[in-house]
Write a protein that binds this ligand. Structure first.
Ligand SMILES: [Zn+2]
Length: 298
């Protein structure tokens, strides 16, 4: 059925012309360079666990923080939280609820809730392609702009596409990068064929393909499952004709068992007793260094 549908400009038909294997066009937009320092500081403030990655990643005589910020984890932290979600176009309630259901299919300590106001996560269906900003970066996007795009999504799109696309883009919002950027998977790609494939299929320049597909994640900058998972919902499908051994990188149609175990480990659904809201406090209540030293001498 999808193959014989003529191409039209109607949003309902977008899915018809997009074969599942062609999702490789998903990209993670990056913030303007001027905001990278702010993004690093924000990520560290939201979750102090993010800060050591900055420091660990500074090589001797290395780059300034602006160049390092892209390495900083965008993790939301262990504290259970709700992120509000709104839509930038008028969207029927059944479609909103369906998208929300797939966002919450991760079933972890970060939950998504619809708001009638302006959400922290803002979804458009009008832009080009499927994409989402990464983790805490979404808070730095101007309020009148989307943080996620689900081009042409309607109720007529199959459940399998909702699983594959909405759950994948939500993974980016949760701070998960593309799994195929793990070095073990990139090492399987033939560089020249990969550049040609993305040029011919998506019109990407060599530089775009090198940065989006061929540059491995800095291992120190990420928290990741120990196993590289080509069935991850965060992994592109990449065809066998661009790999060195002719075997495709499968790409996941849904949150994999490894995805789920990893997501639950870093975003537990229950409160960790130590990080419970009853045992943490507002910054205004912090004990100053002077007071702590005075207590030590008392
Ligand atoms: Zn993606």
């Amino acid at each position: 059925m999808p193959d014989v549908e003529p191409e039209t400009d109607e949003p309902d038909d977008i899915e018809m012309t997009t074969a599942p294997a062609e999702d490789a066009g998903c990209f993670v937009p990056t913030l303007p360079t001027r905001l990278l320092d702010e993004a690093a500081q924000l990520a560290a403030r939201i979750n102090p666990v993010n800060a050591p990655y900055t420091q660990n990643a500074i090589p001797e005589g290395g780059p300034m923080i602006s160049e390092l910020a892209v390495l900083v984890s965008k993790y939301w932290g262990r504290r259970r939280r709700t992120l509000t979600v709104s839509f930038t176009e008028t969207t029927a309630n059944d479609l909103k609820q369906r998208i929300l259901g797939h966002m919450n299919a991760w079933n972890i300590g970060v939950r998504f809730a619809l708001t009638n106001g302006v959400g922290q996560v803002r979804i458009s269906r009008a832009g080009q392609g499927y994409w989402s900003y990464l983790g805490t970066d979404v808070l730095l996007i101007p309020q009148n702009r989307p943080t996620m795009n689900l081009q042409g999504f309607t109720m007529s799109i199959s459940e399998a596409e909702f699983r594959r696309v909405v759950r994948h883009e939500t993974g980016h919002t949760l701070g998960f990068p593309h799994e195929h950027l793990r070095r073990a998977l990139i090492d399987r790609l033939d560089v020249a064929k990969t550049i040609a494939y993305f040029r011919d299929t998506y019109g990407w320049s060599e530089a775009q393909t090198r940065s989006n597909v061929l540059t491995p994640l800095e291992e120190r900058s990420i928290m990741a499952s120990a196993v590289t998972d080509q069935d991850s919902v965060m992994c592109y499908h990449l065809p066998g004709r661009i790999t060195k051994n002719g075997q495709p990188i499968r790409g996941g149609p849904d949150i994999s068992a490894i995805d789920r175990a990893f997501a639950r480990r870093i975003y537990p659904t229950g409160f960790w007793p130590f990080f419970d809201e009853t045992t943490t406090w507002d910054e205004s209540e912090d004990v100053s260094l002077e007071d702590a030293l005075a207590l030590a001498q008392a």
